[in-house]
Structure formats: C-alpha cells, structure tokens
Design a protein around this ligand. Structure first.
Ligand SMILES: Nc1ncnc2c1ncn2[C@@H]1O[C@H](COP(=O)(O)OP(=O)(O)OP(=O)(O)O)[C@@H](O)[C@H]1O
Length: 673
C-alpha cells in the first residue's frame, strides 16, 4: 500500500508534466502515450496456426462434452456426477454453456439400461391403468403385435358383416321384403360396430419410447407447466355409456418419465412454482411418479395410474439469483446427493485457451452448416473480440453463445459476398450488425444528447462532470452529472437531494466524500443542501461506478471550481478517498471517445483491462488515478482555488502512506489535528 501511494505520487507528477504539452499533442504522440500506460503493443499477438490453413482443418470432437470450452473443472465434476448418477446444480451467466454441459452429461450415461414404458387398461378398476416397463425397443413391438391382432380381427369382422348384409338383402329380394331387409342390414351393421372382443380393446399404449436412442435421453423441462412436466390424463366428455376413450389411452407421460434413466434439465428452476418443485422433489426421491389429470375439473382427474418409473438425473441451472426462488429441500437434495457447480464467465488468455476458442469457431461453423470457414486472420479477430468481451486484459470471454452470434454474422457477410473464407474484414463488418440492443440504445443516446446539447465536450463548468456508465453487458454510456450546493435551509443540517434511479448511490457517495472534504478542506458540507441530478439517464444504467463522478461534481459545486468538460471519468470511491476498480472500462472509454471527450480518468487497477479499438487510441487519452485528489487534479480547471484544494486533498494520500509498515492502515485513518 505504502509503495503504491509513493508510486502514484510520482506518476501524477509525470502526468502533470505530460499535460504541459497536451494542447498540441499529435495523434501519434497520443497513441504512444496510451501505449506506455497500458501496453498496447502487447495486445493480441497472432496465434501460431502452424499448418492450419483455415478453421476447416480444426478437428471437432465427436462427444458434446468434449466440445465444451473453458470449463474444465465443471466438466470434470459432470463426468464424476454422470458416473455415479448424481444431480447437479449449475450456476452461471446466460450463454456460458450450462445446457450444453447437461446435454453432454446425457451422452455419458450408460444407454444400455434404457426402458420403454407401456400403459395397460385395468379390468378391475378402469381408473387405475397399469404400468409395465420393458427393455428399450420392446415397447413398440408389443404395441405393434397388439395392433396386428386388432387389424386381423377387424378384417374378419368386416367380411362377416358384408356376407350377412348381402345374404339378408338377397332374402329380401327373393321374398319381396326389401324394406324389412334394409332395416335388418342396418341393425346388423350397428351390432357389428359395437362388438369388440375383450383382449383387443385392452391393447397397451406406448407411454415412453427409447427404442432408437443411442444415448440416454436428455429432456429439457425449462418453463414446462405441471402437466407437461409430471404427466397428465386428457379430458374426455363422453364418459357415460361406455362411449368414451378408455382411460389408459388418455394417459400422457410427463418429462420426468421421458427422462427416465437419462437427464432432466431445468433452467431457471427458481421460477417454477413451489408446488411443482415439491412434486418434482418427491419424484426424485421415489424414482417413480403416478400420472393423474392435472385439472380438477377434467374427467382425467379421476384417473390415477400405477406409479410410472422416473429415475432421472436432475441438472438444474440458472444465475445466482435463481437460488432465492428454489425450494430449500430441493437445494438440500442436490447438495446432499450431487454437486453444485459455479461456472466461469471468462478464462485466462493463454495459447492453449486461444486454441480452444478457435475449436469453438470450427464447432459453430459445423453446427450451423451454412457458413464458410474462417481464415487465420478472421480467427485472430474473434480471439481479439473474445478478449474485449471479457472486459479484462488477460482473459477471454466464455459467454460463447453471444460470440457464436458474431461467428454466424461474419459467416453471413462472407456468404453474401460469395467469399470462399471468412476474413477479418468480414468479422469487423459483422460487429456492426451484431450489436446488442443496449449498444444500439447507447449509440442513439449519444447522438440524441449531442443533438439536444445535454453535454458539451468543451470548456469548464461548475458542478457538472461527464460520468461514464454501462448498460447491459458491455455498452458504454455517457452519464452527465450536475450538482448544485446551496446554504442549508434547515438550521440543523443540510440535505442531499438526489433524483432518479441512481439517487441512493448519489446519497451514499456524497456521504462518503463528506468526511474527506471536511477533514481536508475544512468545508462542512452538512451546511449545504446538495442537489445531484443525472441528466437524461437511461433506466438500465448501473451506477456503482458513478461515485467518483458524483464526488467530483459535488466538490466542484461547493468549491466553485469549474470542471473540465473535455474530461470524462469513472471509478468507485472508498470512504478513505481511494479510487477502486470498476467494470466495463473499455466500453466506457469508447463511449467517451465517441462523444468527443479528449481525456478519460479511470482507476489505475483497471488499466490492465483497457482494450479499446485502434481508432479510439488516436482520439482519447487515458489517465489512471489512485485517489480522489488525483481525480480532482485532472478534472478541475487550473487556477489558484484548484491548486489550494488539491494541495490539501493530497495530504490524505501522504498521511495514509506514513502509517508504519505491518500496520493494517485501513483502521488508521490519519488524524489531521
Ligand atoms: N463453453 C462453451 N463451449 C462451447 N460452446 C459453447 C459454450 N458456451 C456456450 N456455447 C455455445 O452457445 C450455445 C448456447 O449455450 P447454452 O444454451 O448451453 O448456454 P446456457 O448457459 O445454458 O444459457 P441459458 O442459461 O441462457 O440457457 C451452445 O449451444 C454452444 O453453441
């Protein structure tokens, strides 16, 4: 900590020296300056492709589980779970491969133990159909044999009926009693329709068929209602007089039964009703579950089959919030008889992982089947994008569903041009088409805000700063913040009035900064009513990283020192005045550059995450900071008021570094007196 602070002071001196010439800095100089700070030249060296001419030469493993990229530990656990038939709870972001892993698990379960399930009528109790499991493949044969008997009988019956009718009509002609003969024929016809021998109407129905399956079944029960999940018995209005369809014919299996001896996958399990989760739990415990009509008003509710086997492995998944809606007993069951797996959203940027990523591209092309293969430069462009999307410099994203979208979009562009291979240019073009909704909203908001002059990236203004935020996953957004300080109306203490969704964050950061301001500038902000406003904030904006910006706006307002409008800033502020890391550094810097900002202040610890596109490197200077005083030094417009304030504020950093080594200085806030 001590060394950090001393370094940061030195660094600030360097920044200040650099800034003497900032006004006339050329694009090349700016790139050089930025590259010194965040090692541009290190970024994305080409992968050695050896004798790989295109993604066509990359082998795609036959088993789905071996196609899963970047989750080695999770895959290990899944393999263990498959061997022992354990339940699994997969927690992770959308699109990181949860359902893919569950499908892969089904391939690992032994297929030779699969069963077909037949349902038979019960002669003793019509409403209690009988269940008979048979080895996979036999179910169909049994039903076919029964149908064959039925067909033979039907043919015979038709033949006899036809003979009888012809005979009666002949007699009618002979004795000239045609009308009586016609009535007799009609009677014979009705009788023949009603005759069904016992053994034929008792033929079974195939409830679950696994005959042609090479692997254990994988059943996706996501979002299924109770009937589809647990089975149902259809309603039949013709129940009186024996005219209706027999009860066993109306029984429908549920997903839990179809998943017997395989995998039942349920995404967002926490959104399922507690009742259904409870039923699912008892099915898991008993490994068999009787089917009944799910609607109380239906005739199906009277039917109750014998217990139907449902010995499935449950793979439940969702994001971390899903745990809130999950039945406690269900979670405990998975924990006790299975594994909980937390899935990563990024992997280290190593050569091995880059190779896995190009294997992913080859897989997506093969699965899509409609796009050309990628040449090495295009593969490199995908690796670069995976780095950018990870939001960290030494990482590659594992949100591969989204990245797969870019692969397909690039393929479509190449196909439209009739190109043999997808090139890096196609990938760059595709990025424009595969922008997320949030990116499109962010882009449009920049244009709109410029049009309506919500922010002006020139000159200085008191109490107004350009904050930066992210919406969605990775879309940067300018977040202009205005603060106004007026003497408190109440004699006891001032108020912090912050409007909009980010109000709470604004209040917190003003409270955080109040102690610092009082200690180091002597200004007691409780004597002011402070108004903070986020100008034209889009609802989905996340505001954690706005605390440094709010503090800067408030200090500028109280001290009446104008803030530089060519500067944008982001960072999370600690109560001690340290600027802590935030997410989405790259997209925030790019959004600032798009908006015409010249300098962006970011937490120093985020410098390793900066991967802005080449075109922005020439447009914007990135300034790393450690403390609030560094921020003020860079954002406030030069003048005697500023120099005095920054001098005082800098005392925080120096005082903190003077804590003796070995002492945990987080509990030793310097005492000015
Ligand atoms: N780790 C991965 N390795 C290889 N391909 C992946 C991986 N993650 C995602 N994909 C690709 O993305 C597709 C979608 O992933 P999948 O449906 O498994 O994500 P998910 O985590 O289950 O998402 P959700 O929670 O939204 O259902 C996969 O079919 C595959 O093509």
């Amino acid at each position: 900590m001590k060394i950090d602070k001393i370094d940061s002071d030195k660094y600030n001196v360097k920044i200040n020296k650099d800034e003497e010439n900032d006004e006339n800095i050329s694009e090349e100089e700016l790139v050089e300056k930025n590259s010194e700070r965040y090692n541009l030249e290190e970024e994305n060296p080409m992968l050695d492709y050896g004798n790989i001419g295109s993604s066509e030469d990359i082998e795609v493993p036959p088993l789905l589980i071996d196609q899963v990229i970047g989750h080695e530990e999770s895959v290990e656990t899944i393999k263990k779970a498959a061997k022992q038939r354990r339940n699994v709870l997969l927690i992770g972001d959308p699109g990181v491969g949860k359902s893919m892993i569950a499908k892969g698990m089904a391939e690992l379960l032994p297929p030779e133990v699969l069963q077909d399930i037949l349902v038979y009528p019960n002669a003793e109790d019509n409403n209690n159909p009988l269940i008979r499991p048979v080895p996979a493949g036999d179910g169909k044969k049994i039903v076919m044999a029964s149908k064959h008997n039925e067909k033979g009988y039907g043919e015979k019956k038709t033949l006899i009926t036809v003979f009888l009718i012809i005979g009666v009509m002949a007699l009618g002609f002979v004795y000239n009693q045609i009308l009586i003969a016609l009535l007799a024929c009609l009677f014979i016809f009705f009788i023949s329709m009603q005759i069904k021998p016992q053994n034929i109407s008792m033929g079974p129905k195939l409830l679950v068929s696994n005959g042609e399956k090479r692997f254990a079944p994988f059943v996706d029960g996501t979002g299924a209602h109770a009937g589809a999940l647990l089975g149902d018995v259809r309603h039949d209005p013709y129940q009186s007089g024996g005219l209706g369809t027999p009860a066993h014919e109306r029984v429908e299996s549920g997903m839990i039964h179809k998943a017997n001896r395989g995998v039942l996958y349920i995404d967002e399990i926490g959104t399922m009703s507690m009742k259904t989760q409870q039923e699912l739990l008892s099915a898991m415990q008993e490994k068999k579950y009787s089917i009944t009509g799910q609607s109380e008003n239906s005739s199906g509710a009277m039917v109750h089959t014998q217990a139907v086997p449902c010995d499935f492995v449950l793979v439940a998944s969702g994001n971390i919030q899903v745990l809130e809606g999950m039945h406690i007993a269900m979670r405990s069951r998975i924990r006790g008889y299975g594994y909980e797996v937390f899935m990563k959203d990024s992997m280290d940027d190593t050569e091995e992982n880059r190779k896995k990523l190009i294997q992913f591209v080859a897989q997506e092309i093969k699965n899509d089947g409609r796009i050309p293969h990628f040449n090495p430069e295009a593969l490199d462009e995908i690796i670069k994008e995976a780095k950018r999307r990870a939001g960290k410099k030494d990482a590659l994203t594992l949100k591969l569903r989204d990245l797969g979208g870019l692969v397909r979009a690039a393929g479509d562009v190449a196909k439209e041009e009739g190109a043999k291979y997808v090139t890096s240019e196609h990938v760059v073009t595709a990025k424009k088409y595969s922008r997320t909704l949030e990116q499109q909203i962010a882009d449009r908001s920049i244009v709109q805000r410029k049009e309506y002059a919500v922010f002006h990236p020139t000159g200085g203004k008191i109490g107004m700063v350009n904050g930066l935020s992210v919406i969605g996953d990775r879309s940067g957004l300018m977040l202009p913040i205005a603060a106004e300080a007026a003497p408190a109306q109440s004699t006891r203490e001032g108020k912090i009035i912050a409007t909009g969704k980010l109000g709470e964050i604004a209040k917190e950061s003003v409270q955080n900064v109040s102690a610092l301001i009082k200690k180091h500038t002597g200004t007691d902000i409780s004597q002011y009513d402070i108004h903070v406003q986020f100008l034209q904030t889009y609802d989905g904006v996340e505001g954690d990283s706005a605390s440094v910006s709010i503090a800067a706006a408030v200090i500028s307002a109280i001290e009446e020192i104008p803030a530089d409008q060519t500067v944008a800033l982001t960072g999370s502020l600690s109560v001690r005045g340290d600027v802590l890391p935030i997410g989405g550094a790259t997209s925030k810097i790019e959004a600032a550059a798009e908006a015409g900002i010249k300098k962006v202040i970011i937490p120093r610890s985020n410098m390793k995450d900066v991967m802005i596109e080449k075109k922005y490197e020439e447009e914007v200077e990135i300034i790393p900071v450690d403390t609030l005083s560094d921020v003020l030094e860079n954002i406030l417009i030069e003048g005697s008021k500023k120099s005095k304030l920054v001098e005082k504020m800098k005392a925080i950093g120096t005082a903190v570094t003077k804590v003796p080594e070995g002492v945990n200085n987080s509990y030793n806030t310097p005492n000015k007196s």
